[in-house]
Design a protein around this ligand. Structure first.
Ligand code: MTE
Ligand code: CO
Length: 442
């Protein structure tokens, strides 16, 4: 912009004049009221100074393009951040934080607030120091540098990553008061990377090879066994997320994506893929990431994250502040078995259900955003959502899950979440038995 352009930009607003502002303000108000959104019309004699008075942002320069070479959210959004649960976070280097899903919309998780889980801290591994080894039952053991990886054909895919322990603290009853904490061990990013199949084919898998064992370069190594079939089907060695280099905490410079399967298998700082004939039975797949059942036995190899959904707003961190009238109910749904086909929402704890509107058709193994717009009468509600996926699977109630799994499980809790919305608009995490479980109608 040269000086002349700047002058005309600055003088543009005042040119409109006070009467111009008034007229513009009134018509916007009228439109909004017509749409029933409850925007306050400008009352006679009480003009809104935000409309009628010259504001500093309209009479001063804004920041130049050199002020923020890489931007952060505006300061007013400073509470949209990852948070942890103090009693869960015994040690921050072997712990977890949660995505602020209550405050987000759409489906892509902004990288800077996408939850992190690491067993021995987020390491700093430079691209130059990165090596990826493929060994074991292969014709030619290979080592790739980061530059080598960049020379293979790439794919782009948007995927959710859900930690198997998401909602794990809710097995025995409603505990944490916020969707960030109850369902926030999830993120959804667009990954760019190399199909793992391409790299395995480069090495040549021997006929005896039936599994792979993947491990990371961090001290924990987080080793996991994955059936070769899955490895050859849709796993990706990702080198970018949401268009940019992976963040350190998400596995820079390369991580494994295992679409639809539990987050623990998405090895970060991926350093080795060993082709084996049997699973390795590592610590991460025997002492952990198994599911204890009601009878005390445990089952393992429960890799897929079953269909799940949750209302993100209103919710305990997002109370209704505007009183009765138009209310947007929104949330997220996902399934590790394919695309979400339908989401139902109930206002009365499961007695009656309405079909929510999917913002976009469900994408396999990615988050789906749903909305239900209602006219809230100001009375209390027991809000729940229920996901259906393309296999015909319907998200179960927590009681249905507990009938099979008991209360000793930690992982794979995909039960229906209830928010008690009070007449004040405040929301609380509660559990109610569903009409179906009580043997009633609905
Ligand atoms: N990979 C390595 N190398 N080390 C780890 O600690 N944690 C796992 C998985 N991959 C982990 C890892 C777990 S339990 C989860 S849920 C996901 O990474 C979390 O990925 P995120 O930090 O990108 O959210
Ligand atoms: Co995890």
């Amino acid at each position: 912009m040269d000086e002349k352009e700047r002058d005309s930009a600055v003088s543009h607003a005042p040119l409109m004049g006070r009467r111009g502002f008034l007229r513009a303000g009134a018509s916007v108000g009228a439109l909004a009221v017509g749409a029933g959104a409850g925007v306050k019309a400008m009352a006679e004699g009480t003009p809104d100074p935000l409309i009628t008075e010259m504001q500093p942002w309209a009479s001063q320069w804004g920041d130049g393009v050199d002020a923020t070479p890489y931007g952060l959210p505006i300061r007013f959004e400073g509470d949209v951040i990852r948070r942890n649960v103090s009693w869960l976070t015994a040690d921050v280097v072997s712990s977890i934080n949660f995505t602020p899903i209550h405050a987000l919309d759409g489906t892509i998780t902004p990288t800077g607030c996408a939850f992190e889980r690491h067993h021995s801290g987020a390491i700093e591994l430079a691209k130059e120091d990165y090596r990826l080894m493929i060994n074991g039952l292969v014709d030619t053991p290979l080592v790739f540098t980061y530059e080598d990886l960049e020379r293979f054909p790439r794919v782009n895919r948007t995927l959710f990553l859900e930690c198997a322990a998401n909602s794990g603290m809710e097995w025995a009853g409603a505990q944490l008061n916020g969707v960030q904490f109850t369902q926030g061990m999830i993120h959804n990013m667009q990954y760019s990377g190399i199909p793992l199949r391409t790299l395995l084919e480069e090495a040549g898998v021997k006929p005896e090879g039936k599994w792979i064992y993947v491990e990371g370069a961090d001290a924990s190594s987080n080793g996991r066994s994955i059936p070769l079939e899955k490895a050859m089907d849709d796993c990706i060695v990702a080198i970018k997320a949401n268009g940019e280099a992976l963040r350190k905490e998400h596995g820079y410079p390369a991580r494994l994506c295992v679409p639809g399967w539990e987050g623990n298998m998405w090895v970060k700082w991926l350093r080795r893929v060993e082709v084996t004939s049997e699973p390795v039975q590592s610590r991460e797949e025997t002492s952990k990431y198994t599911d204890t059942l009601a009878d005390g036995t445990s089952r393992k190899w429960t890799w897929v994250m079953d269909a799940k959904s949750v209302i993100t707003s209103p919710s305990p961190q997002m109370p209704i502040r505007h009183g009765k009238g138009p209310l947007v109910i929104t949330g997220l749904a996902w399934s590790g078995n394919g695309a979400i086909t339908q989401v139902d929402v109930t206002l009365d704890g499961g007695k009656t259900w309405k079909v929510a509107r999917l913002a976009e058709p469900g994408v396999a193994m990615a988050l789906t955003r749903f909305y239900l717009e209602i006219d809230w009468d100001g009375s209390e509600m027991f809000l729940q959502s229920r996901a259906h996926d393309e296999t015909g699977y319907v998200q179960p109630t927590k009681d249905q899950l507990r009938a099979i799994r008991g209360e000793n499980s930690v992982y794979h809790n995909n039960g229906i979440q209830t928010w008690w919305i009070k007449a004040t608009g405040e929301a609380e995490n509660v559990e109610i038995s569903s009409p179906a479980d009580r043997g009633g109608a609905g």
